[in-house]
Design a protein around this ligand. Structure first.
Ligand code: NAP
Length: 253
């Protein structure tokens, strides 16, 4: 049973990947506010991850650091082993880690292509596989953070759009495989959200992008977190294999 005002049963064990900053940190905080204990994955930034962990502990919830490069199979396997040993596994996983390395396709190096595909798509595969295994007998809920670029494409983001489009298809396929075992899988596709990631977008391009957003502004990490928490929670118990765009109305589909 969840406490009044909380979406999860108290002490629900949740993993958030890429939780050291940006959208992942906001999702970790919002899940903790709704009763979850949080395993915080990140690649390198332990100081930031520890800051988020301290804020979670301040809410009276458990926080566990779970560093791993999501593109590295051995590291992901070790991370899930740690979660099983410490907590007996997780029943919620928000797979949020991701990178960009933008550039037009004609001039894109194979390294730049592979870096993004490895982190965003292979990373989604490895972390979703690990989560599903932990939910095999108990059921659970997975939310993958993709992007509007993965639905509509975007000039200068062929690698990123391909990785996120692939991740959306992966999530839908896994939703159909997981449904008989009580595992729901959904996707949140953010538009432009105010984090370190968009600081890399050139100002002129950003100005054009903002003009294409009906709500006229970037979103906040907290606004994405609300959607992810809803989809991950029992409040969305009859929703699976769906993509929810959080983009200020940018995509018209
Ligand atoms: P961000 O501020 O750059 O944070 C990225 C997070 O991912 C950090 O916690 C980082 O860890 C982690 N990470 C990166 N590579 C990793 C790897 N190989 N293994 C494990 N963790 C890794 O990004 P954000 O804007 O919050 O984006 C979060 C997600 O939302 C991404 O999947 C992104 O594609 C998606 N998204 C963002 C926007 C946007 O406008 N911001 C729009 C659409 C979709 P370290 O701190 O250790 O580096």
């Amino acid at each position: 049973m969840s406490a009044p005002g909380m979406l999860f049963a108290e002490g629900t064990k949740a993993l958030v990947t890429g939780a050291s900053r940006g959208i992942g940190a906001a999702i970790a905080m919002a899940l903790a506010e709704h009763g979850c204990d949080i395993a915080l994955n990140y690649r390198a930034n332990s100081a930031k991850a520890e800051e988020v962990a301290e804020r979670i502990r301040g809410l009276g919830r458990e926080a566990l650091l779970a560093p791993a490069d999501v593109a590295d199979e051995a590291q992901v396997t070790a991370m899930y082993k740690k979660l099983r040993v410490e907590w007996g596994g997780v029943s919620v996983a928000v797979l949020n880690s991701g990178i960009t390395a933008d550039g037009h396709l004609a001039a894109m190096s194979s390294a730049k292509w592979q870096e993004v595909i490895s982190t965003n798509l292979t990373g989604a595969f490895l972390t979703a596989r690990g989560a599903t295994k932990q939910m095999h007998t108990t059921g659970g809920s997975i939310v993958l953070i993709a992007s509007t670029s993965g639905i509509a494409g975007r000039a200068g983001q062929a690698n990123y759009a391909a990785s996120k489009g692939g991740a959306i298809s992966l999530a839908k396929s896994l939703a159909y495989e997981g449904a008989p075992r009580g595992i729901r899988v959904n996707v949140v596709a953010p538009g432009f959200i105010d984090t370190d990631m968009v600081k890399k977008v050139p100002p002129a391009q950003m100005k054009g992008a903002l003009q294409a957003i009906p709500l006229g502004r970037m979103g906040t990490p907290e606004e994405v977190a609300q959607a992810a928490v809803f989809l991950a929670s029992p409040a969305a118990s009859y929703i699976t294999a769906k993509v929810l765009t959080v983009d200020g109305g940018m995509l018209y589909s």
